[in-house]
Structure formats: C-alpha cells, structure tokens
Ligand binder design. Structure first.
Ligand SMILES: [Zn+2]
Length: 125
C-alpha cells in the first residue's frame, strides 16, 4: 500500500508492479520447465535442442540431413522436415510423445578435428 502524498509512491509502485510481473513470468517458465522435466523423467524426449542441415556437416548429428531438415539432439534423434516442425515438437512434445533413445543417436561431436568446441555453428553458415 502506497500513499499518494509520498514523493516516491509512483516509483515504488512501478518497482513493485514490475517485480510482480517478473515473478508471474518466472512462475510460468518454472511450470513449463517442471512439466518438461516430468515428461523427460517419464522417458520421453522433449526435443529442446536440434541441429540443422549444412552442406558440410559440422557435427555428427548433421550427417545425412537434407536441405531444410533438422535432427533432434536432445535424446531421440528424430529428423524433422523443417524448422517449423521441430519448433512445434519442442513447444508441444506431449502431443506426439517420442521415447528417449540415447544409443545410436548421432552426437554433437564435431566432424572437424580443428574445430573449436566453443564455435557457434550458426556463425559459420
Ligand atoms: Zn527429440
């Protein structure tokens, strides 16, 4: 509760409102993360990371991809026809659950021995 005759009332109220909004936003993100974690703990992939096609594969997981395709690197290795398909699957992995299968999935390991592990593959496209 702020009194309007306080010189700092507006500033304090704005500060309080922004903190409340940040807390609400944070709780929404936490709920989403908890739901994704529970889905993963139940043995299903959440498709939260992927690699896209490159003419010259940088990572093992990019091998065999066709132009426009993406491959999940989060735990299932599913190949998506385009970025939108992967984004849809990562936003709603509950609609078509895919079991996690770590064995046999191409990895993030670079195909180039000279490549820096800190190199952003998006920068080289
Ligand atoms: Zn996946």
């Amino acid at each position: 509760m702020y009194y309007h005759d306080e010189t700092t009332a507006d500033a304090l109220e704005a500060w309080s409102d922004s903190r409340r909004e940040a807390d609400l936003g944070q709780s929404v993100l936490e709920a989403r993360a908890n739901r994704l974690y529970a889905h993963e703990q139940a043995g299903f992939c959440t498709h939260q990371s992927a690699v896209g096609y490159r003419p010259t594969p940088f990572y093992d997981a990019q091998k065999g991809l066709k132009p426009g395709q993406y491959r999940c690197t989060d735990g299932c290795g599913t190949t998506f026809d385009d970025e939108l398909a992967w984004v849809d699957a990562s936003q709603d992995p509950y609609r078509s659950p895919v079991r996690i299968r770590r064995a046999g999935i191409p990895t993030w390991k670079s195909t180039s021995p000279a490549a820096s592990p800190h190199m952003d593959p998006e920068e080289t496209l």
